[in-house]
Each structure stands twice: as C-alpha cells, then as structure tokens.
Design a binder for this molecule. Sequence first.
Ligand SMILES: *[C@@H]1O[C@H](CO)[C@@H](O)[C@H](O)[C@H]1NC(C)=O
Ligand SMILES: *[C@@H]1O[C@H](CO)[C@@H](O)[C@H](O)[C@H]1NC(C)=O
Ligand SMILES: *[C@@H]1O[C@H](CO)[C@@H](O)[C@H](O)[C@H]1NC(C)=O
Ligand SMILES: *[C@@H]1O[C@H](CO)[C@@H](O)[C@H](O)[C@H]1NC(C)=O
Length: 371
Amino acid sequence: MERQLGFLLFLLTLAHAFPDSPEPCELDEDGVRCACNFSDPEPNWQSAFLCIGATDVKFYGGGRSLEHFLKRVNTEANPSKQITDVLKSLSWQRLTLGNARVPALMLFGALRLLGFTSLKELTLENLEVTGTALPPLLEASGPNLDTLRLSNVSWATGDAWLAELQQWLKPGLKVLHIAQAHSLNFSCEQVRVFPALVTLDLSDNPELGEKGLISALCRSKFPALRVLALRNAGMETPSGVCSALAAASLQLEQLDLSHNSLRDTEGAPGCDWPSKLNSLNLSFTELKQVPKGLPAKLNVLDLSYNRLNRQPRPDELPKVVHLSLTGNPFLDSESHSEGYSSGVVVAPVRSSLAVGLWATLAVLQGAGLFA
Ligand SMILES: *[C@@H]1O[C@H](CO)[C@@H](O)[C@H](O)[C@H]1NC(C)=O
Ligand SMILES: *[C@@H]1O[C@H](CO)[C@@H](O)[C@H](O)[C@H]1NC(C)=O
Ligand SMILES: *[C@@H]1O[C@H](CO)[C@@H](O)[C@H](O)[C@H]1NC(C)=O
Ligand SMILES: *[C@@H]1O[C@H](CO)[C@@H](O)[C@H](O)[C@H]1NC(C)=O
C-alpha cells in the first residue's frame, strides 16, 4: 500500500512514530483548528492524525526537504478505495502547507488526493517546489478551490508555474493571491482561462512594477476579474497602471494601489480607465497632490495617509461619494469645517482614536459635565 500514497496520506497514515520527540501537532479546544510544525529532526509524523476531524489545518515542514519521501511513494498510481473513502470523509475546508522543499511530483500528487476532499481554501507558503511533473491524466483532477494563496513559493519550472499548477485545479477558483512571487512573468500562451476568478491579489511583490503587471495580467485569461489588489507592488503612477489595465482589457470594479510610492505624471498621455471602476484606493502612496486623469466618477476614493498639503479643490477630484482624506498634513493646519458646495461629499476627515476622544471630551464639556 505504501507505494500508492502521496504526501498527505503519507503524513496521515504511514509515518513511523518517534515517541521521544515532542508532539508536533496541536488541536484547539473546539476541534476546529489544527496545526503541525514538523521542525524536529525526527518528528512524530503520526501526530497528524490529530487533525483528521479539523476544518482548518496547517502543516509546516520546519524547512525540511521532502525529496527522500519520493522514493517511497508512487504519486501517480490511483489511490485505493480505502484511501479515497478516508479523504472523502475529511472535513478539511482550509489547508496550509508551508516551510518545506517539495518535489513537484509530490505536490501535485497531494493536489490530486485533495481532489477527493471538499477543501475550499489552500495556502502554500515558503515552499521551494523542485523538479517537474507530467500533466494530469485526467483534466482538473485536483480540489475544487474557491481560494488559492501562495506566498514565497519558488518553482523549478520558472515562468510556466501558473499554467502547470492550474492544470490540477478545478475551474471554479474565485480568489487568487500571489505574494512574494519568484516569477509573475507568466508564459501566457500556456495559461488557460480562469473563468470564475473575481479577485486577483498581487500585493507584496515590490519588484513587479507596471511593465511586470502587463505580463502578469495575461490578456483575456481573467474574463470575470472585478477586483485587483496591487499593494506594495512597485507601481509608480496611476496612469501607468491604467495603461496596463487597458492592455489586458480588464473590466475592473475595484483597484487597490495603496502602499506604493506613487507620483503624478504631468502631461502623460490620457488613458481610459475601465468603465465600471468604482473604487480606487490610493492611501499610503506618498502623493503630494491629487493625480490628474483619475476616473471621472467613483463611488469610493481613498486618499488617506498621503502628503497633501492643502485641501484638494473640487475640480481636482473626480465626482466621488465616499472620499477619505484622513492622515494628510493639510488637516493639521486647516480647520476641517470648510465644506464644499460642489456636491462632492467630504468624508469623515479625522477618525483617529485620539481625535475621537478629544471630540467626546469637548461634547461632554459643552454639556456642562466638567467645571
Ligand atoms: C516551527 O517550530 C520552529 C522551532 O520551534 C520555529 O522556529 C518555527 O517558527 C515554527 N514554525 C511555525 C510556522 O510555527
Ligand atoms: C522563502 O521560502 C524559503 C523556502 O523555500 C525560505 O528559505 C525563506 O526563508 C523564505 N523567505 C521568507 C522571507 O520567508
Ligand atoms: C519575460 O518572459 C519573456 C518570454 O516569455 C522574456 O522575453 C522576458 O525577458 C521576460 N522578462 C523578464 C523580466 O524576465
Ligand atoms: C485602502 O487601503 C488601506 C491600506 O491598504 C486600507 O487600510 C483601507 O481600508 C483601504 N480603504 C478602503 C476604502 O478599502
């Protein structure tokens, strides 16, 4: 039986016990969350049994290489009915695999086994995926995920990794996060359409930049995409991002550019923003003025925590329902009671706890509660 199993089953059913080592797995009181950290040189793998009934499960490999397990498992053979029955009975909803060097063959073998579970969210973090693997015999034999998160995962297959990984997933993926990527310069011809993907989060890729964004947003592969997050992703100008979106012909509704160091591009060629874009986050972007060429109408514009030295004039702002200007220097010098008469709604200007406290004190004082 040993030959038939992949990584997960290996962890769950076949490992040898090392009774002297500390228990690597812990289950919370409610039996919902279970986490294993196999950092010991000779961990008790069998401790993973503890996680069988949990819904939120984390396995960390302690930075070890799992390559030697490949000799003992045949990741391509069909799992027996006994094993698929165990897998189908698992209540795992969220699974994290992290901190290990793992052969592609074993990772994809694990995805195939997870295809028998009802797993909805998978997180891979701090993994080095080595070697290559043949594509699956059956299309999309892996799990039917809603959400896939990758953080600091490197792939021996370089730019082809997304196309390769995608082959193992059922096509219902709605949310994809890729942080600290080693490559986002995807081989787009090989990537297939993600028909249901609504949210793409490429935050925390400071090397990406606007040029990189164009190759990451494989044209026409994300037809359902509505939300794009690019926090701390090396973006430089709103108009540069606009051009990248236009090149990818995305119909976005929400764009998050916060935590980039943005500057305005005076006299840059005009760019048409996606017509349905209604929420733009420009907070923490070091802006000294409202950039020109923003979408003409927005529901939400977050300009908080920038370096605006004066209150933006109505003609500098798009028509916006929810505007946030919190945390800009002009608010320290100016009275914030000046409103507009232009129909632009000035959102709550200061919301810090300290200000709230002072306001409360002032009201109490006004009510005669203090001498
Ligand atoms: C796993 O345990 C090691 C050693 O105790 C520790 O350094 C590491 O941070 C732990 N990893 C996780 C993800 O908890
Ligand atoms: C990224 O993952 C590798 C293992 O693949 C690990 O050695 C490294 O420390 C991780 N880097 C960070 C910043 O966590
Ligand atoms: C991205 O990949 C293309 C080939 O697909 C290559 O020509 C280009 O140099 C790569 N760019 C970077 C930044 O690696
Ligand atoms: C904008 O981004 C900042 C930082 O990432 C976040 O704290 C804030 O809630 C976001 N604003 C909106 C309106 O979502």
